[in-house]
Design a protein around this ligand. Structure first.
Ligand SMILES: Nc1ncnc2c1ncn2[C@@H]1O[C@H](COP(=O)(O)OP(=O)(O)O)[C@@H](O)[C@H]1O
Ligand SMILES: CC(=O)OP(=O)(O)O
Ligand SMILES: [Mg+2]
Length: 399
């Protein structure tokens, strides 16, 4: 009997699942959330229905990973770290280097380091996670699973920007997308739920968490996606702006006397829900403020929904129709009101929500009304399970 751990560092969270292998039974799982905010929150489920839960601040991802390592032993989830013989890390940007998951060695770590600019909120933090686990488990089989792999072969028509072609040739300046492991997982589950082959379906998967992306899936593959060269592009996010006109950024940079790196930092960290509302980056806080009549919070929510609608609309056009719209990740899974607003605004397409079925958090189900011709599906993502499958595949190949 051995154990495998999957580490999923997002922009505001570190999630993990510890699996008993080869049964793939989840022995422990947890979510350390609100990283970087004044009040963080940890929830770890383990043993026979035991739950460890506390409010505790996480200054950064390194602090969250240290907390996780401490709690694994403290809660008696493992007596010794050596019980874990394989570790999988979610890495957001794989750039042109990684079209598939990779066994981690010095070269892979070096390349992830080089890719920091492709995903500044993620790759550096995720590399810290790799190192922290290497320190305590130097001999474990370690694998990196990249968000970008699923999008690597999207049609060039969608991957390329309308910029000088040499930018792409010389510098790999193209759309890489992100959340690929999640989009891949929920697409497979959607096909199962609908009882149809994935290859026959036109799907639009909405991964809406602190980071958010919408993907158009055709023939089981990523056809287009809202994130771009980095996870800054696309829809409005917790602290990220999504799409903006670059010339406006230059205009404001001149006013503020800031350089390009400083402007990108503002677009990554001080924009989105936080930037518009001035209240918080956390959807729950913004919704609470809007309820109390905060107009900027209301506007932030309106803009948030509007950008998702625009992307879905454009992807319906690109795909020439759609069979199902899938909701996943922190907001997509836990916010019935958000899902309802999206489905209502798209009702001209044939979407409709059954309020009772929709009144749920984190449960896999069809939430469409009986008369809906385009399905709305709620599918909790499981990036950790995908990571474990990739570890096993690479372990077999390495033997
Ligand atoms: N019950 C809820 N209602 C609305 N939003 C929620 C709820 N629970 C979590 N969220 C939002 O989900 C986001 C985190 O999403 P998640 O996918 O877990 O994070 P990450 O993008 O870091 O991986 C936060 O912005 C949080 O506000
Ligand atoms: C790529 C990305 O934004 O990831 P997350 O939503 O986990 O922060
Ligand atoms: Mg995430």
């Amino acid at each position: 009997m051995s154990k495998t751990i999957a580490i999923n560092a997002g922009s505001s969270t570190v999630k993990f699942k510890l699996f008993d292998m080869p049964s793939e039974e989840v022995i422990a799982e947890g979510n350390l959330e609100r990283i970087g905010l004044e009040i963080g929150h940890a929830k770890i489920k383990y043993g026979e229905d035991q739950v460890h839960e506390e409010d505790t601040p996480f200054a950064d991802h390194e602090a969250a990973v240290e907390y996780l390592l401490h709690q694994l032993k403290n809660l008696g989830i493992v007596a010794d770290y050596n019980e874990i013989d394989a570790v999988g890390h979610r890495i957001v940007a794989g750039g042109e280097f990684f079209k598939d998951s990779a066994v981690i060695d010095e070269d892979v770590m070096d390349k992830i380091d080089q890719l920091a600019e492709y995903a500044p909120l993620h790759d550096p933090a995720e590399l810290q996670g790799i190192k922290a686990f290497k320190d305590v488990l130097p001999d474990a089989f370690a694998v990196a699973v990249f968000d970008t792999s699923f999008h690597a072969d999207m049609p060039k028509m969608n991957a390329l920007y309308s910029t000088p072609y040499e930018w792409y040739e010389k510098y790999g300046a193209r759309k890489y997308g992100a959340h690929g492991t999640s989009h891949r997982y929920v697409a497979q589950r959607a096909a199962e739920l609908l009882g149809r082959p994935l290859e026959d379906l036109k799907l639009i998967t909405c991964h809406i968490g602190a980071g958010a992306s919408i993907t158009a899936i055709k023939n089981g593959k990523s056809y287009d996606t809202s994130m771009g060269f980095s996870p800054l592009a696309g829809v409005t996010m917790a602290t990220r702006s999504g799409d903006v006109d670059p010339s406006m950024v230059n205009f404001v940079a001149n006013k503020l006397g800031k350089n390009g790196d400083e402007m990108i930092d503002i677009l990554n960290h001080q924009s989105g829900l936080l930037g518009i509302s001035g209240v918080s980056s956390d959807m729950r806080d913004v919704e609470a403020a809007a309820k109390e009549g905060n107009e900027r919070a209301e506007l932030a929510l309106e803009i948030n929904v509007n950008r998702v609608i625009k992307y879905i609309g454009s992807y319906v056009a690109e795909l020439g129709g759609v069979d199902a719209i899938v909701f996943t990740a922190g907001v997509g899974e836990n916010d019935p009101n958000f899902r309802k607003q999206i489905a209502d605004q798209l009702s001209f397409l044939g979407t409709g929500i059954d309020d009772e079925k929709n009144n749920v958090r984190g449960v896999e189900r069809d939430i469409s009304s009986d008369d809906a011709t385009v399905k709305c599906l709620l599918i909790p993502t499981d990036e950790e399970l995908m990571i474990v499958h990739d570890i096993e595949r690479l372990r077999k190949a390495a033997k």
